[in-house]
Each structure stands twice: as structure tokens, then as C-alpha cells.
Unconditional design. Structure first.
Length: 95
């Protein structure tokens, strides 16, 4: 059976870890306070494998690297998304 995913609007923020970085949205700042609880996130700028943001999700700990998008889903959950998948899946600027 083929199905079509319903179109829903979600919020997204691209994390670049650069001086030109767009300010993080309030929902991301809220997640940083919740770590290590589900829905929380931690910024690890000095991680041995490079700067990253780790996110505690229902599926386990997920990792975002510079250039990745962080998405706030329809139930308020946050999760990372690689740029190539983001471009194939989302239309930006249609708010």
C-alpha cells in the first residue's frame, strides 16, 4: 500500500556553530535546561569528535553536528536532521 505523509508545519533551526550563527530559538534554549531528561539537549563544544549537540529522545540519545537541522516536531519533541534529508523532506519559508 502506498500512503502519503500529511503535511504539517514544524519549527526548524540550522545549527552552524559559527560566529554568524542565527540565535537559537526559545524551544532549543528550553531543551538545554532539561538535559538529561527526555526532550533535553546538551551542547558539547569540546567533544573529542568535534562540537555537537546531543538530544535525549524517546528513541535514545541523538547527535547533531554543525550544519545539521534541529527540528521541533508536532508534539514538541526535538530531533536532529542531516541537511540533505532536510532538503528532500521539508520546504523552508512556507510559514
Amino acid at each position: 500500500m502506498l500512503v502519503t505523509k500529511r503535511p504539517v508545519q514544524v519549527e526548524a533551526w540550522q545549527w552552524n556553530f559559527s560566529p554568524e550563527q542565527e540565535e537559537s530559538p526559545s524551544w532549543m534554549n528550553d531543551a538545554l535546561v532539561k538535559w538529561p531528561a527526555i526532550g533535553g539537549a546538551a551542547f558539547e563544544p569540546d567533544h573529542p569528535y568535534g562540537p555537537r549537540i546531543v538530544i535525549a529522545s524517546l528513541e535514545g540519545v541523538m547527535t547533531a553536528q554543525p550544519g545539521d537541522w534541529i527540528i521541533k516536531g508536532v508534539k514538541g519533541e526535538i530531533y536532529p536532521c542531516k541537511p540533505d534529508i532536510f532538503e528532500q523532506t521539508y520546504d523552508a519559508g512556507n510559514s
